[in-house]
Design a protein around this ligand. Sequence first.
Ligand code: MCA
Ligand code: AMP
Length: 473
Amino acid sequence: MSSFLPGLPHASLEIAGARLDGEELAGAVGAVAASLADRTRVALWCTSELETGLGIAGALVAGVTVVPINPASGDRELAHETGDSRPEAVLASATAELPPTLEALPRIVIDPAARAPLPVFDIDPDATALIVYTSGTTGAPKGVVMSRRAVAANLDALADAWAWTSTDVVAQALPLFHVHGLVLGTVGPLRFGGGVRHVGRFSPEAIAAALADDATMLFAVPTMHGRLLAAAEEDPAVADALRSARLIVSGSAALPARVHEAYTAATGQHIVERYGMSEALMIASARHDGPRIPGAVGTALPGVEIRITDDAGVVMPVGDTDTIGNVEIKSASLFDEYLGRPDATAEAFNDGWFRTGDVGSLDDAGVLRLVGRSSTDLIKTGGYRVGAGEIEAAMLEHPDVVEVAVLGMPDDDLGERIAAWVVITPGSDLTDDVLVQHVADLLAPHKRPRVITRVDELPRNALGKVQKKRLLG
Ligand code: MCA
Ligand code: AMP
């Protein structure tokens, strides 16, 4: 039996209506693992389908590194991610329509009907489980190299914090190419021998149906919780379904205290908020048996240490929630490196502590509160992390764009919405729609600007640097 997913023969996996349970599931995962013999690194085409869950599980039991690919990636991202990580093959369903960049690789077909025994062999815990691409403030996304040891330690820490066991069934509708949906929402239940109920495309009704059926936990981003709250306030069936859950978890972006409190009023649920990052997996969380404080992200998970530093990198005293500084961590679940980017990896650490880029405070009880990020160039929209620099670079590739500055604007639904201020070549007939489509051709849909403001020039300081904050007025 695989030591990474010991619960697999007792687990159940349902994604968008297709489902496998127990021995059948273990047999299908065994077949994926067998198809990966002699491979070391593969791309996984991460649609919200059963094949994706089988693919990640099969690769983990086979000890093969997975590079999760967003099926809505733009050409620019795909070329970068495959060129950078150089997967030997792509794991996908037989019917997946792959873009040319991936079609050029050998396809290993994931067949949910195939069966083979789970392989039994030891795999080095320090081997790489995943390379997840995530945006930085500038440039193309970086490949976060995450070991099997880090993933296992993090899931076990969450099991402790949330009393998460084989009796739990996780409802979710998250994209499967990021840590939240793939690691927490899929690998976690398979490790513990519980269930995954991924409903496919998110809707409050689909999540409510999963909870009304057999799901006991819900993993979602704040945008989804906001929409669930609105639905629960309208429809008692949605409120009752949410009320029935054992644990409702929010993460990937700040959950507004207002949503947290209104959720409790509508459903009786106190949401468990947790804080994580692609580079560190989960860092802090409210505990199942601890306080769930609106506006706070809980305490450090087992295996994690948190400190707050000032801008000179000096550690600040704990206990005063007015003392806000940079959140730095040590963790059993930290990434190994940014793939092929020793410069960026070194820059991410301060004296052995990982700089999260988040800003917050720690109180006497070790409760972490986040107030924002140190850079305006990282945007969180709908729980997706998007680098302003990547969008700016894409927009500047249009011949009629002279200058551009991208920022996140506050948005009730998405947390932040992507806004671009552009200087267009005088006399150009470039429309906003054409400019948005230009970005959509290069990058994933969630990276498209939703607001475009045309300006004659961008505000700059005496050194010529764009003063982005002045754009928000
Ligand atoms: C977007 N669209 C546009 C534009 N922008 N159309 C025209 N003009 C634009 N400027 C389109 C999209 O293509 C899509 O079209 C639709 O508008 C909505 O876009 P989307 O951004 O996807 O929003 P949504 O469909 O309303 O989805 C909201 C969502 C989604 C379901 C909450 O944002 C989501 O799944 N978020 C989860 C992100 C996540 O898992 N992050 C975890 C990262 P169409 O409707 O045709 O598709 S891991 C992490 O953060 C760490 C580890 C952690 O702590 O978890
Ligand atoms: P990503 O790399 O997509 O994993 O994004 C990680 C970032 O998401 C973190 O650095 C935080 O800025 C943000 N984030 C995740 N969880 C929370 C949370 N509960 N509250 C506030 N921000 C969060």
